[in-house]
Design a protein around this ligand. Sequence first.
Ligand SMILES: [Zn+2]
Length: 885
Amino acid sequence: MPDAKPGTVYLKDYRPPAYLINRTELHFELYEDCAIVSSRLHLLRDGSVAQNASLQLHGQELELLSVAVDDCELSAAEYAISADSLLIYAVPEQCVVACRTRIRPQANTSLSGLYKSRSLFCTQCEAEGFRKITYYLDRPDVMSVFTVTVEAQREHYPVLLSNGNLSEVRELAAGRHRAVWHDPFPKPAYLFALVAGDLSHTQDSFTTASGRQVTLRIYVEERDLDKCQHAMRSLQQAMRWDEQVYGREYDLDIFNIVAVDDFNMGAMENKSLNIFNTSCVLCSPEITTDSGYQRVQAIVAHEYFHNWSGNRVTCRDWFQLSLKEGFTVFRDAQFSAAMGSPTVKRVEDATLLRTAQFAEDAGPLAHSVRPESFMEINNFYTLTVYEKGAEVVRMMHTLLGAEQFRRGSDLYFERHDGQAVTCEDFVRAMEDASGVDLHPFRNWYAQAGTPHLTVRDEYDAVRQCYTLHVQQSCPATPGQLEKLPFVIPLAMGLLGAAGNLPLRQTGTAGDVETSDNTHTVLIIDQPGQTFVFEGVTERPVPSLLRGFSAPVRLHYDYSKSDLCALMRRDADGFVRWDSAQVLAIRVIEEVERQLFTGAVPLVDPLFIAACDDLLRNESLDPAMVAEMLRLPSEEYLAELASQASGANVDTIHKARNIVRTALGSALVESLLARYHSLDSVLAYAPDAEQIARRSLRNTCLSYLVSAGPHNLELASRQYELAGNMTDRLAALKEIAFYGAGGLRDSTLNSFYQDWRHEALVVNQWFQVQAEIPDSQGLSRVQALLAHADFELRNPNKVRALVGGFTNQNPVNFHRVDGTGYRFLGDIVVALNGLNPQIASRLLTPLTKWRNYTGRAELMRAELERLATEPALSPDVFEVVTKSLQ
Ligand SMILES: [Zn+2]
C-alpha cells in the first residue's frame, strides 16, 4: 500500500477559482540534461469568491529556483512547497507571479508534462500534466492568453513550436536560437503544447468559408515525409465538413500536427499544435491496413473538431470530460459515416460499445458519463466517458432531429465561446434552441450502468392489432443501487412476409415522427410501457433498436426463423447485421451446451444456409456481408456469458472454433468463388469500395483456412503476392494462427526481415504473435519481451504485445495455472513507476475477475498481490482497490 492513500476528489466540492490568470508568459531554455522554465503569471483575484490573500499553485516534480511577486523575490519564509503545490502566503489582488523552475524532460518516462521522445522534446498536458512543467493554476476553468518563448541549440532542434502564431524568431549566441509563439485565444493549461526537434514537414493549405487562408503542416521525421498525404487530406476533409455540417470555421492562420513515437494516447488537440502518436498519422499502402487508414482519418478529424468542441468551449472541471469528448466522438462518428459506409461505422461502434463499454458498466469501475468522484483523473478517459458519452449526444440528436440539434449546437457555441462550462450547459442549450424538455433525459449523465429493455408482443389477427410491451430496468452499480428511468429512443419497424409494414400507431403523441411510415422512434421513459399498432394485416417480426438507437441491452425472444427473416429482408442495415450476430451467438451457445453435456457438437444447418445466402448475394455491400459473416469475438461472448452464469473461456473458444470450421467446410465452394471474384488488379486506394472488397475477401480467406490446412496455400500465395499491408497482414495472421511450425516461423521471420525498419509494422508483427491461440501463447510473448525491438517505455509496443495478449488471446491469458495473470501483474509492477497511466490501463482485463467461471479466485489473487506492492501510483492504486471492493 502507498504511504498516503491518494485522496478522492468529488464533483460536489467544485468551487470556482479564487484567482484568474489573464496572461501567461513562459520562457523555456532546453538543454541536454534539463530544461529551465521561467513563467510570468498575470493574476487577478476574483473578488466575489474569496478574501483569503494566499495563493496555491499546482506543481509536481519541479525544482524551484526562484519565485517573485511583482518582481520582488520572495524569501523562504514567504512561501511553502509541498509534493504537489506552491503556497504563497500573501499576494495582492492583482499581481505578476514569476517562477523559475528546473525540470528533467530526459528522465520523464510518464510521458506527461514535458518529456523527450527519442531526440524530440514534446508535451502532453491533459489532464494534469502542465503542473509538471511549472507552478500554475492547472485546472480547466482557468483560461489564459499564452505567449511562449522556446530556446534551444539550433543544430539538434531546428524546429521550435508552440500554440498560436509565430511572432518572432531570433539567432542567439553559442549556436542557440529562439522562437516566440503567441496564442490570442484564452485556453486552459491542458491545451498548452511545445515541440522542439529536428523534424521535416509537409505543407498544404485550406481556405475557410469566409476566405481565411490557413497553412497546414504535418511535422514528422524526414524518412516519414511520404506517409503524411492521407492525414493531410483527412484534415482538409474534416475542416470542410465542420463548416458544412456545424458551421464551424478554423480561427488561426496556421494548424500544425506533429507525430511523436512515444505517446500515451492516440492524439491531443492542443490549440493549433496537435500532437499525434505516429500510429495515428503515418500511412502508406505498404505499412498501413485499411482499418489503419480509417483510424487516421477519424482521429485527425476528432482532434480537429475539438478546436470548437473542447478548445473554444472547454470543460469547467474534469468531471465534465464527456462535455468535450462525448460530443466530439459523436462528431467524428458522423464524419466517418459520411466519408465511408454509415452502417458499417455504426456496426463497429456498437460492437465496441457492447463488447467493452457494457463490460465497464457492469464491472467494479462502473461510473456515469459525468462521474461524481475520482482519485486519478487519468483513469477516467474511459469508454463510458467517450463512447457512451457520444451515444448520449446521439440520442439527443435523435430526439431533437438534425435541424433542431444544429440549432442547439449553434446556440451552445455562441453562448459559451471562450468559457469553461458543464454538461448541463450543453443540454440546456439543446433544450433552449429546440423547446424539447430534456429534463428526464439528464439521467443518462448521472446514472451508471447499461439499461435493459425487455420487449414482449401480442398479435390479434381478428382486430389486426399488434401490441408491444416494453420494460426498462438498470442493474445496481457501485454507489447507485436504485435507478430512475432513462429516456430511451427505441427506433423500430415491423417486418412482414414481403417487407416492412406501414405503421399506424394509436396515441402517438410524444414519439419522434419519421418521414418513412415504416419506421418510427418510440420514446421509452417509464419502467413499463405499451404501444399499439393498428391495421397490421399479418403477424410481424419486430425490427427493434434500429441503427442501435440507444446504448441498451435488448431482450426479445426471437425465433431463429425470425432472425433469418430480419437478416434477409429488414430495411435497417444495423438490424440485419445484429440479427446475424444474435443467430451466431445462439448457434455458438448451443455448441457450448453440447460440449458441456458431452454430446457430438452440431452446428445448426439453418445458420449455415443463411451464411451461404449472404455469400452468394452479390447485390449486398461486400463490407456488410463481411460484418455479417464475422462471428462475435470471444471477448463479447464472454461478456454475454458473464451476464448469465459466468464465462468459461475454454468452452467459448472451442465452440466458436467448431462453428467457424463447420461454416468454412460447408461453404468451401461459395467461399472460394467469392474469394476469387473479389481479387483486384487496381492500384491500392483506401476508398470505401476497395476496403469493402478486401474486407470480404479476407473474411473468405479466414473461413477457408479454418476448413482445412490445405487452404493455407491460398494464404501463402496471398502473402507472397500482396501489394498492400491489409492483404499481407490478413494472410500472415492465418498462417501464424493455423500454419504448421515451420511455415509459421519462416513467414513470421521473413515479415520481420522485410519490415524491421518500420516501427509501426514491427508493432503489428508483435501483435499478431501475441494473439496466436496455441499452447505456446504465453511463452512466445514472454520471449518477445526480450526482443531487441521491444521497449517497455514505448506505449505502442506495450499495447501491441502485452495488450494484444491480454485482450485478444483469452485462452492463454486465462490459463488455468494463473501464469497469464501473473505475467500481466509483473508488467504492471514494472510499469507502475515508469508510466502509471499505461500500467493502470493494462489492468482492465483483471478487473473483470468476477465474470470468469473457475478463474475468479486466481484473478482476484493477482489483484491482491498488486495491492500489497509498495509505492503504487494513484492510477494503479485506484483501479486495484476499486476492483477488489
Ligand atoms: Zn478527444
